[in-house]
Design a protein around this ligand. Sequence first.
Ligand code: BES
Ligand code: MN
Ligand code: ZN
Length: 491
Amino acid sequence: MGKQPSVRIATPRQLTSELVIIGCFKGRAPDTGRLPSGLTNAAARAVERSGWKGREKQIARGQTRTKESSQIAVYGLGGAADFGSKELRSWSARAIKAATEEGYRDLLLVLPDHPAVKGRAALRLLVDLDLSGYRFDRFQSKTPKSKLRTIRVLPPAGEDKSYREMLKVADTVASAVTFGRDLANTPPNEANPEWMANEARQLASSRSMKIKVLGPKELARIGMGGILAVGGGSASPPRLVRLEWGKGPQTISFVGKGVTFDTGGISIKPAGGMDEMKYDKSGACTVLGIAQAAADLDLPFRFRAYLPLAENMPDGLSYRPGDIVRCYNGKTVEVLNTDAEGRMILADALSWAAEEEPGTLLEYSTLTGASVVALGHHAASLYTPDDFLAAELLDAAEDSNERLWRMPLWPEYREEMKGTHADLRNVAGRWGGANTAAAFLSQFVGKTERWAHLDIAATAYVAGDQKGSKGATGYGVALTSAWLLELANRF
Ligand code: BES
Ligand code: MN
Ligand code: ZN
């Protein structure tokens, strides 16, 4: 099944469309230099008639008088000086919304001539256009179908070739984001640890990756006490997946939290909003999306991915507050709250990843509500001791519009995580909960220096009480792809 709508780069010969939307700055005439005279004239007439000034969101509408008639709309972009990738995206989103709601089959987007539309900045725009029709409707008996089949983009003059190359990359990234979202949106009665491992197996076999899937017996044999403890209360036993692919002098490893449902366990969560804990596997889903993108983009690195998968349930076999658990690197953890389960499974997975000595280690997890309290839903929290890695990731976050904000890893937080009867405890006091969680994880990266923890609890999904379309966002796939492309010196 092809994705709807499909995105293309317009060629000057194909400039007819049912709907043409032209972006235009305040105080300027519509940038119609690349358009045929029929469209140029129609734009000029529309602007004149409506007393249009180009204020942000102001719209002038008109119609061509040529034989292939088009509706045209000139959209105000506000002042050119205030225009950036945010404004660009909000413009394109409004354009697509209008085209969809009004039932057009094709849309031509005429981009303004502006630095924010050139070079790397264009990648996220194209990814967004590709994702504009995303829906998770596998369980919906009746779904209203959008008529919009094609979105053509007319780049500013001189950018055609780079847009055409960028679109190939964007299509690859968008399909990886879609994969990640589909996994994360899948309900927990289907998406249990075994199901997630099977999805990883399918990805591995389609992309010639090496894969290993460990079940409870092997986990017990090698001493993965954290994953076993968290998965103990579930009728769906835990798994640990390891993937390996690619070639290159550097090894980049990814770890993703895969709690397929988080009830809190014996320290059970309140009922309200608990359904959202199906997204507690988002870290693992993002890592699978990244794996797909990294393989399809054919990047010159060796990659490894580790997915600890478990369901956190209350049961006679559950782990309990007071338990002391031994993790894969030998450290013991006193469980004070079974709802702090993410760090328990990550402790094992990070220890294994670190043992294999990666050059860079990135870990993604919906780890703490405290990170949502800190930043709201506007950014994920970045923890890393490496200033260079921080700068690289913050840059990629900017480019991909998946915001990150760096948080502290001070020794005081580590101090708070010391146990009474074990090396560590799994929770400290109430304050700075995202930071103490990160400090806990930092004790499982071994000798790895270039590591980062991304707490994506705030950005992995759009919750019921938020604006926008609900569901998994695939946060981290576009960000990490942008980072990898930069690292590989592409664009
Ligand atoms: N999966 C949750 C974190 C979470 C909360 C993700 C809200 C998305 C939205 C995690 O396992 C958890 O329960 N964390 C606890 C930690 C606490 C017990 C120290 C939390 O944040 O309350
Ligand atoms: Mn929890
Ligand atoms: Zn959790």
